[in-house]
Ligand binder design. Structure first.
Ligand code: GLP
Length: 252
């Protein structure tokens, strides 16, 4: 069952997402959060950090596990997703950095890197809340369109559109790594709750394909139609192609 929460803009989407994640932390202080990178969750992380500064949120018992990392980038690389998480959230809250996991992009042996991350995923237990963004081609994490839904952590060749979308975080498109390690679809689907965020007109077409099109690995996010607890928080622009199809659970 998918709940659609319609928000008026990016800021309202971010506030709503942070209040859902915040509620998860308050209700279960030692929860496991699956976290995402990309430009979409940046505002959410700002609201969560503000919640910590205000004294409303305590991350000290939280475990976090991120979806993906560029292959070839070590955690201390300024373009790594680890660094993104550190700058946008980890350093701003009281999370135990030893319990904030991101795949290790510095491991050159892909099989080893993926095996290690799957061991970490298994060791943290069930993800209570998995935060997701949505790629323009329907990818979640770095699970790119393919012929099958990959189950566990694997190494992917990034699609051209993904490389181009990620180039905003680098000085040029050539600098964007061509491969990444990503949590698999089964690991994402194993989460108890899924929270997917979408903002902007450029996401409107893929939102419609993902939630109202065929369930197919060509549109990886379409698999979420089979999950029992998905909340999609989107702004008016991102929902513009589905507004006539959905029952709005809540407006914010
Ligand atoms: C990136 C990340 C995804 C993210 C997606 C959308 O490539 N690997 O986890 O959800 O693409 O990014 P954005 O939020 O910048 O649109």
């Amino acid at each position: 069952m998918i709940k659609f929460i319609l928000t008026k803009d990016y800021d309202a989407m971010s506030a709503e997402a942070a209040s859902i994640i915040g509620a998860q932390i308050v209700l279960k202080p030692d929860c496991v959060l699956g976290l995402a990178t990309g430009s979409t969750p940046v505002g959410t992380y700002e609201y969560l950090s503000a919640g910590y500064v205000k004294g409303d949120l305590d991350f000290s018992q939280v475990t976090s596990i991120n979806l993906d990392e560029f292959k070839g980038l070590a955690h201390d690389n300024e373009h790594s997703y680890y660094r993104f998480m550190y700058d946008n959230l980890f350093k701003k809250v009281n999370i135990d950095i030893n319990k904030a996991f991101v795949p290790d992009g510095s491991i050159a042996d892909a099989d080893l890197a993926c095996k290690k991350y799957d061991e970490i995923i298994a060791s943290v237990g069930c993800i209570d809340l998995q935060l997701l963004g949505l790629g323009h081609n329907g990818h979640i994490g770095f699970n790119e369109p393919s012929d099958v839904f990959p189950k566990r952590t694997h190494c992917v060749d990034l699609a051209e559109s993904t490389i181009s979308a990620n180039s905003i975080f680098f000085s040029s498109e050539e600098e964007v790594p061509k491969q990444a390690y990503t949590m698999g679809i089964q690991s994402i689907m194993d989460a108890k709750k899924i929270l997917l965020l979408v903002s902007g007109t450029d996401k409107a077409a893929i939102v419609k394909r993902a939630f109202f099109g065929d369930i197919t690995p060509r549109v990886p996010a379409s698999v979420l139609q089979l999950h029992h607890d998905v909340t999609v928080v989107g702004d008016v622009a991102a929902f513009s192609e589905i507004s006539h199809l959905i029952w709005i659970y809540k407006q914010a």
